[in-house]
Design a binder for this molecule. Sequence first.
Ligand code: AMP
Length: 218
Amino acid sequence: MMKNIIFIAPPLAGKGTQSIKVCDEYNIPHISTGDLLRDEIQRKTKIGLQIKESMALGKFVSDEVITKILKKRLLEKDCKKGYVLDGYPRNIKQVKIYEEILTELGFPLGYVIFLNVDKDILFSRLLNRRICSNCGASYNLSIEELTPHRDNICDRCGHVLKARIDDNKETFLDRFNTYVNETSELIGFYRKRNVLYEIDANNKSADEIFEEIKKVIK
Ligand code: AMP
């Protein structure tokens, strides 16, 4: 069975960290729409120039753009066994588009995993987040087990860690509100269909959360 995994979580809930653990465990690629978009910006492609401004403001990028880059990515060979989709779908409209993409590619929906974390905890993590500029691994300087072994250097690939330009209070609140207004609707949608696995990720270490995820993905 293909291990297609969707994570639903508020910003800073640790979905980046869990996605990487799951990918390492099952040897499947980590597909983050945020990373795909940042890559377009970095390469200064036509799409990149188009989306640069809205990304910096934490605004959603158009469905048309996301669908295009996502479909292209899912068609790559390494997705045959499955993949972790991180940051998509984010609203009901994208859920519907994603179903169309799955049908078109002949892929099953797979697992939908919801990481539930309270807003206060999320906010306290905000300013301490660091992302690897090369492989996308994420760290948090306020959480001991998520602190890199060497200052500002990625444990996995040795490249430099950076704060994300969209990690500031205003952007966080904006993204959190967007999550509440748009993404949280997905939880009800998938729950009704009996495909949602909810994990209480408050006050748990990344390893503890990962153990729970492994029980879900058999
Ligand atoms: P992330 O790295 O997942 O936190 O995403 C960073 C930014 O990329 C978001 O604030 C949006 O501007 C854009 N983005 C990522 N995924 C999506 C998506 N599924 N739909 C629309 N915009 C997205």
